[in-house]
Design a protein around this ligand. Sequence first.
Ligand SMILES: Cc1cc2nc3c(=O)[nH]c(=O)nc-3n(C[C@H](O)[C@H](O)[C@H](O)COP(=O)(O)OP(=O)(O)OC[C@H]3O[C@@H](n4cnc5c(N)ncnc54)[C@H](O)[C@@H]3O)c2cc1C
Length: 469
Amino acid sequence: MRIGIVGAGATGTSVLDTLARLLPDGAAVTVFEGDRYFGPGRAYRPGSGAALVNLTAPKMSLRPDQPGHFQDWLPADHPEFVSRELYGRYLTELFTDAADRLGATLIGEYVVAIARVDGSYVVRTGQAAFTFDAVFLCVGAATPSDVYELAGTPGFVADPYPLDTMPSLSPEASVTVLGTGLSAVDAVLELIQRGHRGRLRMVSRSGYLPGVRDTRTKPVLRSTGAEVTKELSLLDLYRMVSGEFRAQKIPMTELWQEFQSGEDPAARLRRQYGQVLAGAPALPVFLAVAGHLLEHQAWRLFGDETRAVFLRDWHGLVATLCAPMPARTARRLVGLLDDGLLRVSAGLTGIHAHHNGYTVSTGQGDFETSYVVNTIRPNPVPLPGRAAELIGSLLAGELADTHPLGGLRLDAETATALDGTGMPSPGLYVLGELAIGELYVETTVLTAITHRVGQAVHHLLGRSSKGAA
Ligand SMILES: Cc1cc2nc3c(=O)[nH]c(=O)nc-3n(C[C@H](O)[C@H](O)[C@H](O)COP(=O)(O)OP(=O)(O)OC[C@H]3O[C@@H](n4cnc5c(N)ncnc54)[C@H](O)[C@@H]3O)c2cc1C
């Protein structure tokens, strides 16, 4: 069997590692990676030492069937949340081992087109064409969107990732990070690591920073145990969460305060960090219910309309609670706020470039800044720019179709791409954030991605063994 993997970040590495374990000598595998690193992808490249992974080691194994795999790889005295850079080394090592075992061919070029010819897939880079029986699309996430049309202005950093490639900014200058999510936090930590001393601001429309992860409080769910099988409404969701709060005897006001609008972003961070220090159960219980729903693939139990309303009205806030930052990162941000080195603002309405910087407008007034670092990702997320040509060829060849909520359409059980009529493109697999419209948050949690990778690889091997029989 001839197999192509497009993209060698964590998802592509997981595909390669799974193939190496299941098919030690039965496949000819080729991996395409347009960047110079095979293994770490955008988030975990060398040089991203200040940023931490968001989950503890037991939740970062690349092998779903071996939850201790990453933990065992780490030195015994590792911190609870390791650096992204260290995680990248784990990925690189796994990638290299798997590539060696398979004798995989590595092509350091972007794939620009895929076509189906006589039942096989022809994959083209700028230089050459390759033919495969199956192709795994692992091209990763979209880069930030330039919603304020600042591209080409002198102080604009269009994307802070990979962090090691972020341009150096004058350390005394004022810098505004657009966005207040996990990527914005990474950008701030990276600047501080580089010795930035000037005024730093994070600003977004909502101003919500990621919540704070509490790894010490481990709630046992009391009312959310049953498997979720029927179609869910947003009211059902609220009832599940509020039922669990009642069962845990947590005042409902602690749930409602997470959803009240208008709380000052810095005050929200200090409140949540204080709750974690005090071992308050509200945030861990919320996260545990979300984890339960994720495990039962609740997104698939939402109807189309519910999905659209959820994404429009609730996603931003819920995502801050479901993808919280490590408490160590929160402590650093609180320290920067206390020292007056950082401000966080809500109510972003616009940005205008002028001859010596930018004017940022918010509901509370305007301010000036010399540099702007962009981390904004609109919803639905756009298709990843680096794969635009490739995806364009899939759409033109009717091998795939766009999903109205982002990414490409796919059969959720097997990860097989679906065309515009809903017919599968056999052997063409859509993995990672390209599956976001169908799988939502599952595409941003590594263990959920690798679980899907396992399903896709087993589906391919099942198909090929049926074909052989
Ligand atoms: C900053 C950040 C931090 C995260 N932290 C965590 C975390 O702590 N825990 C967690 O569980 N999840 C985390 N996630 C979510 C998710 O687990 C990661 O994004 C994961 O690394 C995704 O890997 P990927 O391989 O799908 O994408 P990427 O890492 O983006 O890799 C895709 C690769 O494909 C290549 N590529 C793209 N187009 C082409 C093409 N046409 N031809 C050839 N190559 C191509 C790119 O160069 C890239 O190397 C994080 C995400 C981000 C962005």
